[in-house]
Design a binder for this molecule. Sequence first.
Ligand code: LMR
Length: 328
Amino acid sequence: TLRALAACALALASLSAATALADEPILIKFSHVVADGTPKGQGALLFKQLVEERLAGKVRVEVYPNSTLYGDANELEALRNNDVQLLAPSLAKFEQYTKQLQVFDLPFLFDDLEAVNRFQKRAKGRQLLRSMEDHNIVGLAYWHNGMKQLSATRALNMPGDANGLSFRIQPSAVLEAQFRQLGANAQKLPFAEVFKALQSGQVQGAENPWSNIYSQKLHEVQPFISETNHGVLDYMLVSNSRFWYGIPHQIRMELEGIIDEVTYAVNKQAEAANQTDRQRIVSSGRSQVITLSPEEREAWREAMRPVWQQFETVIGSDVIKAAQTVNR
Ligand code: LMR
């Protein structure tokens, strides 16, 4: 009986250990490379807040902004190893896992953020969320930042003005080709290094939406910013497929509901947030914002457009065609 009692106690102990383990909240680390005040930074914080409100004790979220946990060089690898569970890299950063997403980098493909939005909502856009599942990466949503502007140490009014300058780019062959079209050079650098590279003169120009320029203080080291709106910088919220589909069904459904709400909020506010930051840059007096005439903008379009053809077979003409139908 003593032995039976001991066995019983042991069984109870291991049972309570198992329950304790089961009661442990699921930890979601969300790492990103931008500031809290940007559309993506705000989205990450809203996700954390809503999870805390609705899934307290079941799921815990930790947000790491500004490349403090992982940066551009290693964040996708960390996600695939399940060292981090949520990321929202720019669509220009998935080249290693799918070429199709490079459609978003094609210059002058989308007239504005509304057109980008329509493409993301249609069948082809939705399909691209699943384009990296072979690599254990699942796309959960598209988040907007905004249209990119060209900043530099000299005034860029016409495409020829960029000739000979070096621009920092995200790791995308399309973006490299885009600057090559201008007779300029391109250097792939992680986001965390952009300010220093511009400040030291390692590169003389860059392309980013207003919110990234403002929050990184790039306007303090770039005396001119041309309002080209020549391309889009948007994000895909991604998780590790095995981790994501391993979350108990009920909880996962609640998380996906929260993600829908956050996505709606981010995408609704992104444009206004960028316009606010544009105004802050103008008010700072640190950088001159150059607005292009329709003829000047057309010249940039003409200069960059050959890139489409160069990447048609790489990206897939079906994807490019689907994207072209969304402009009005
Ligand atoms: C960049 O590298 O310029 C952007 O992708 C950064 C970001 O996440 O907005």
